[in-house]
Design a protein around this ligand. Structure first.
Ligand code: SF4
Length: 250
């Protein structure tokens, strides 16, 4: 990507004056073995640190195991496993490149997504696209999904039973995609994937490992939050660069 083009995307993020660093080379801190204590894992990170105790441990065999992409999509479209099926316009399965190395995971569809049947459309989606392009990733090169496939009414937080019922769909998407890295946007998605209630600010800037495949997982702010709190866009940009470095070293 040319520097002029990157400046354009950074401007779209509201970060006109930022200088892009290249990914660290051989001198960058290595990813540490996953042996840290909770206290160690949650201390302010200075490099590539693995938050070992936040490793998610989903069941080895879950409800959706074995289904292929087409079958899974059909099962989501027909799902009535929780009350959100009664209020949705349509399910929002996920979208993107099935060979993608990056999986972006958000919380749940909003009003725009519920109407379109696609995650991250509307203003938050446009900001996500700009964030991805700023690190050289067109939307077409990633896969995007949510932890919940139906919109909660009035965009309220998902309830535990809704999350529990829906999570196997995302688990199967992850198994099928086999991403090289997961970028999780927002507190609720991070909490669901990492099975923690640690604040997002303390989950950022660390490499978490997801599931038995120990997929590197990086947490950052949700684009909708960044639209409401533009002063945190700088932190999001640091997270994106961090994720890119993690991916480059994988
Ligand atoms: S949110 Fe998930 S579990 Fe609930 S009805 Fe929609 S697809 Fe099914």
């Amino acid at each position: 990507m040319t520097s002029a083009l990157r400046r354009e995307y950074l401007a779209a993020m509201g970060l006109e004056s930022w200088v892009v660093r290249q990914p660290s080379g051989a001198g960058a801190p290595p990813i540490m073995a996953a042996t840290a204590s909770v206290a160690q894992a949650l201390r302010p990170a200075t490099g590539f640190e693995v938050a070992a105790d936040a490793v998610a441990k989903p069941g080895a065999l879950h409800r959706e195991a074995g289904f292929d992409w087409a079958q899974l999509r059909e099962r989501v479209a027909a799902c009535t496993r929780c009350g959100l099926s009664a209020t949705r316009t349509q399910t929002v399965f996920g979208v993107g490149n099935l060979q993608a190395q990056w999986l972006i995971v958000g919380e749940a569809p909003g009003a725009d997504e519920d109407r379109a049947g696609e995650p991250f459309v509307g203003r938050a989606g446009q900001l996500l696209n700009a964030m991805l392009r700023a690190i050289g990733l067109p939307r077409e090169q990633v896969y995007i999904a949510n932890t919940l496939k139906c919109r909660p009414p009035q965009n309220r937080d998902p309830q535990p039973n809704e999350t529990a019922e829906c999570f196997p769909f995302l688990e199967r998407q992850i198994e099928l995609l086999k991403p090289k890295i997961m970028l999780v946007v927002g507190r609720i998605a991070a909490h669901n994937l990492l099975r923690t209630e640690v604040s997002l600010s303390r989950l950022r800037q660390q490499v978490h490992l997801f599931g038995a495949s120990r997929i590197p997982l990086v947490v950052t702010y949700h684009p909708a939050y960044l639209l409401r709190t533009p002063s945190d866009k700088r932190k999001a940009w640091e997270d994106l660069k961090f994720a890119r470095e993690v991916s480059a070293r994988g």
